[in-house]
Unconditional design. Structure first.
Length: 617
């Protein structure tokens, strides 16, 4: 680097200082600033030669900083000199942290190592001041040499002190700028919460790992990891607790991989793990198992035990791939498959999985269009009171007639909507439309029936759900008891206490609650006795073989008996034959629902059906 040769002869010291400060403020290179300080002092006192040395990263040695007036051979020779009590004037000053004056280098014992070197260049005396950071750490030394044995005058010491202060300011500023730039670079490439690499760094790392695996003829594994049950932590007890879980997850994952492996936080609760240089494909399995086991251990945050698990998707490559980021998409597809398989497991990417995921994405896009254009319809299935044969309620069932694919079952599109979050606007539309059409039935003189609406667990867990129900009832002028919300046992899997509280608030509005698909899910009797529900709906899987399978018959009779002892009404779903009706009636089932009585029908047909005198309660 070229050293500025600005002449300071005849320039007043304060003006020279302003010039130096100007260089610092405008971020001139540190080498140029330190050289200018030396030249400034050399010009003020032609009998002295300046030297600035800087400490190394470990603070153990002094490195060349600037010395434009000293012989280059001398500066090169003392570059890297140790810091210690007998290491010349500068090494001793840095060690002591105070001014050290060597009047005669030829006689001073601390110069034993460098004496002949200094005297060979006609350097006879040396005075050195340590330079300090704001925290009191030694940054380096500022020294003045003379070609005769001499003690510094007060004026010389004052100039040395002033110049040393300028040098310290320059060094502090440069290190602050470097630190700031490093911090900016770190923040740009790392996740601020966990300290892991972020998605900005992912592609570069992935390309390097592909090249490494291809060159060494090894395998590369890419894992996509998504936390199960994390959202409910944020929703129920707050983002602080969620953040603490994420920090701990990152630390646990880091302990389970090799130093050369890469963990990236993609955002939210999703992570990517790159495992290059694997000898065999199956080597990824124990890593995945360790990661899953580590993540699944409880998290104790402020005395609260929290639990999450991990769904993991894995794809493998030999590193020879034109677009490496395709591996991330493949791992993500496999992760989604793990979610569908019940979560807390790992799945492999396969070519047929790619086709299914493409179909899934297409369905999601079509679903969004249908939501925006309100292309869905509601069909209604009557619920028949066993004792009187009258219709006492109807259940709203969502239907979607795709313009190209025809009828799409709710069993196909509802899981897609739940996964994408589209279930929320869909659920709102169902609730509003069902209440609006119940109001229309009332205007036609059809009264005394309730409207049953299935509620998505995701919608139910939203903070404004109860207010949403109340607003809908008020909008259509309905009483709370005219609406029946059907929930499933899965609501109790995450934060059962909050779910029970929400149910009580709904009951306070007069809304009836039915537990749908009973016997197929959580089925915790300890919670059942606490749930503020009105009905139990026996799942159709128990009804289908009820007349011929004594196990199904026994389970159904047990459910009916238990429900009645808890003062609950029992609804049998999927009733299709006379023999099923006879058995259920003999077992004192309260309400029937199924094709034996009526199929689900659009609004115009249900209105006509209910207008028949026999249908009225």
């Amino acid at each position: 680097m070229n050293t500025p040769r600005t002449s300071f002869h005849g320039v007043a010291l304060p003006e020279s200082q302003r010039d130096i400060l100007g260089m610092i403020a405008t971020n001139h290179p540190l080498d140029d600033i330190l050289a200018a300080i030396c030249l400034m002092l050399d010009a003020q006192d032609p009998d002295t030669l300046c030297s600035i040395l800087l400490t190394d990263a470990q603070g153990k040695h002094l490195l060349h900083g600037a010395a434009p007036g000293l012989p280059p051979e001398y500066s090169q020779a003392i570059h890297g000199m140790p810091i210690g009590p007998q290491e010349g004037t500068c090494g001793t000053a840095a060690f002591r942290g105070e001014l050290v004056v060597t009047v005669d280098i030829a006689q001073d014992p601390s110069w034993e190592r460098f004496r002949s070197l200094a005297l060979g260049h006609n350097l006879r005396s040396c005075w050195s001041l340590p330079l300090f950071s704001h925290q009191g750490c030694v940054l380096g030394t500022f020294a003045l040499y003379q070609n005769r044995a001499n003690r510094p005058s007060e004026a010389q010491l004052q100039r040395l002190t002033c110049a040393a202060q300028l040098a310290a300011i320059a060094i502090r500023h440069e290190r602050l700028v470097v630190h700031y730039e490093r911090q900016l670079s770190f923040n740009a490439s790392h996740d601020r919460l966990t300290g892991l690499l972020n998605r900005v760094s992912l592609e570069d790392r992935l390309i390097l790992d592909c090249q490494l695996s291809h060159r060494r003829k090894r395998r590369l594994a890419v894992m996509c990891i998504d936390l199960d049950g994390f959202k409910s932590i944020n929703d129920s007890i707050g983002h602080y607790f969620g953040d603490q879980v994420l920090i701990e997850v990152a630390q646990r994952m880091t302990r389970q991989v090799r130093p050369g492996d890469t963990i990236v936080r993609m955002g939210g609760d999703e992570f990517i793990v790159l495992l290059p240089d694997l000898l065999r494909d199956e080597d990824v399995v124990p890593v995945a198992e360790r990661l899953m086991a580590s993540i699944a251990r409880p998290y104790c945050i402020q005395g609260i035990d929290l639990h999450v698990s991990a769904s993991v998707g894995i794809t493998l490559s030999d590193g020879h791939i034109e677009q490496p980021m395709q591996l991330i998409q493949q791992a993500d597809m496999a992760m989604y498959k793990a979610k569908l398989q019940g979560r807390n497991n790992f799945q492999w990417y396969t070519s047929d999985l790619n086709q299914r995921v493409c179909e899934h994405a297409s369905l999601r896009n079509d679903l969004q269009k249908a939501i925006e254009t309100q292309s869905f319809k509601l069909h209604y299935q009557p619920q028949i009171e066993a004792r009187t044969g009258r219709v006492v309620g109807i259940e709203a069932l969502l239907r979607w007639e795709h313009p190209e694919k025809g009828f799409i079952s709710p069993a196909v599109f509802v899981p897609v909507a739940e996964d994408s979050g589209q279930i929320i606007p869909l659920s709102l539309w169902v609730l509003d439309t069902a209440c609006a059409q119940l109001c229309q039935l009332g205007e036609q003189g059809i009264t005394g029936i309730s409207m049953a609406v299935n509620i998505s667990p995701m919608h139910f867990q939203r903070g404004q759900f109860v207010q949403c129900v109340q607003t809908t009832l008020e909008k259509h002028g309905l009483r709370g008891e005219q609406l029946e919300l059907e929930i499933t046992e899965s609501l109790l899997l995450h934060n059962a206490e909050q779910a029970i509280d929400t149910l009580h608030r709904l009951k306070a509005l007069g809304v009836r609650i039915a537990l749908d698909d009973f016997g197929t899910g959580f089925s915790s009797l300890s919670y059942l006795k606490r749930l503020p529900i009105d009905k139990i709906k026996i799942d159709r899987s128990f009804i289908q073989e009820i007349a011929t399978d004594h196990h199904d018959a026994a389970i159904t009779q047990g459910i009916i008996s238990m429900a009645h002892h808890l003062s609950l009404t029992v609804v049998a779903e999927g009733v299709e034959t006379a023999s099923q009706v006879d058995f259920l009636r003999g077992s004192r089932c309260d309400i029937f629902q199924g094709y034996y009585f009526a199929k689900p029908m659009p609004y115009a047909e249900i209105e006509a059906f209910l207008s028949q005198p026999a249908s009225q309660p």
